[in-house]
Design a protein around this ligand. Structure first.
Ligand SMILES: [Zn+2]
Ligand SMILES: [Zn+2]
Length: 441
């Protein structure tokens, strides 16, 4: 039986047949936990674990090692083994290390930057593919709070944070096991949802950035605890969010090339709330031959380059782009076009899926609307709605007009969820190809 089915079956069994208790009161159900891969954008060879006021207990294979207060140990991957160092002294060697994540700050030191993160739950470190794999295991609600904190400034109204919390929670459950092949459920980058932990600090050439889970977000998550978006067929709704929809949202099928449109919402919705946002409209310029080289790497540069939108959805979202250079011509799906451009020329060139291309001499102008994949909840619009006094249920109804509300323990929901998780796998492969900022932007 697939792991995801086993997990859900176990949870369901507990919900329907809780164990008999002594004294008449039932124990609370076990918290639903997630495994989140952290620092996944790096191929780390070493990390530092820095203890706080109290000692931290490291479990290494069958033995334990105590990290005294205010001390740093370095964990290094060497030929498939973990080695724990204190300065020049090798303290231990193991295949696996785990500890209470809250007992330490995890530091990653690069040539120009230093990242420090504190996590909730349990941290496990193993060697994988000649680097370190770090996985944080934590309850659903704690993961939801950390993700909402990473996505929203603390100054936004709480109703916007509550709306996002419901979407983030639904997304997590829909993508359980998305990175099963990597040893965790979801990753910490915008490929899944941005997760920086409970506290984070980034020191780099552009200064110091800090963040932490705010009391406002904690309250927003608590006030919506267990709430999910359901589809009318009883399944979990395929909920996404985007930084700014640019006036109209689209569907997973248009944005990612696959996916399903739950409950008949197959066109997206008109959003009249984000027109004041920074990326409601955007303009970029690129040399046509540079762009053609990125899209057709084997082609020699030629003056005869044409790059055009080949097809659009009825709402104006680009479906495919044609590239002609000399005698070569290809038509790329838009998610592939955006991915190639992002990889070769940076992710700050084609900001969304709704844009026009205008030749201007040697250059190509890109004029677009919105930021991100433009599917689901528009964050800029949600914030504007909350500022206008609308509550989170009204905001969610606006962006997911056919969705219903469910609790995480709902029987039908848990059964159907497994089916949707499988659908999510095929969806996520396309998202990987697109390299799009799927959930987080
Ligand atoms: Zn991911
Ligand atoms: Zn919008």
């Amino acid at each position: 039986m697939p792991r995801v089915l086993l997990l859900w079956f176990g949870w369901l069994w507990w919900a329907v047949f809780p164990p008999a208790s002594v004294g008449g009161s039932l124990p609370p159900p076990p918290p639903m936990t997630f495994n989140i891969g952290v620092f996944t954008l790096f191929r780390l060879q070493s990390v530092r674990l820095v203890s706080h006021e109290r000692p931290a207990r490291l479990e290494l294979g069958g033995r334990s090692l105590t990290l005294p207060p205010h001390t740093t140990y370095r964990v290094v991957q060497t030929a498939g083994w973990l080695r724990v160092w204190q300065e020049a002294h090798l303290l231990a060697e193991a295949r696996r290390l785990s500890l209470a994540a809250g007992d330490v700050t995890v530091e990653v030191v690069g040539r120009r930057t230093r990242l420090q993160r504190r996590f909730h739950g349990r941290l496990t470190i193993t060697p994988a593919d000649n680097c370190l794999r770090l996985v944080v295991t934590l309850p659903l609600e704690a993961a939801t709070a950390a993700i909402v904190s990473a996505e929203l400034p603390v100054t936004v109204p709480r109703e916007a944070a509550k709306a996002l919390a419901v979407v983030v929670r639904s997304y997590l459950l829909n993508h359980l096991g998305r990175h099963a092949g990597d040893g965790f459920d979801v990753c910490d980058s915008t490929h899944c949802q941005l997760f920086l932990g409970e506290q984070w600090v980034r020191q780099g050439i552009s200064g110091v950035m800090r963040g932490e889970c705010s009391p406002m977000v904690a309250q927003a998550v608590e006030e919506t605890a267990g709430e999910l978006l359901g589809a009318s067929d009883g399944c979990l709704y395929p909920a996404y969010f985007t930084a700014c929809c640019g006036g109209h949202t689209t569907t997973p099928e248009v944005a990612f090339g696959t996916g399903f449109d739950a409950a008949g919402n197959n066109r997206g919705i008109v959003c009249r709330w984000c027109h004041g946002a920074r990326f409601f409209t955007w303009v970029r310029r690129v040399d046509r031959r540079v762009l053609a080289k990125a899209l057709l790497p084997a082609t020699t540069p030629t003056a005869d380059v044409q790059i055009k939108v080949a097809s659009r959805s009825p709402q104006g979202f680009v479906r495919s782009v044609s590239v002609t250079a000399g005698t070569r011509q290809v038509v790329l799906p838009n998610y592939r076009f955006r991915h190639l451009v992002g990889q070769q020329l940076g992710w700050n060139l084609v900001l969304s899926n709704r844009y026009v291309l205008e030749p201007q001499g040697e250059m190509l102008m890109l004029r677009g609307h919105g930021f991100g994949h433009q599917v689901g909840l528009c964050l800029a619009g949600a914030i504007a709605q909350a500022r206008a006094g609308r509550d989170y249920r009204a905001i969610l109804k606006y962006y997911f007009p056919t969705a219903t509300y469910r609790q995480a323990k709902a029987l039908a929901c848990t059964l159907r969820l497994c089916v949707h998780t499988d659908a999510g796998h095929s969806l996520s492969q396309r998202e990987s190809i697109a390299g799009a900022h799927t959930a987080g932007s």
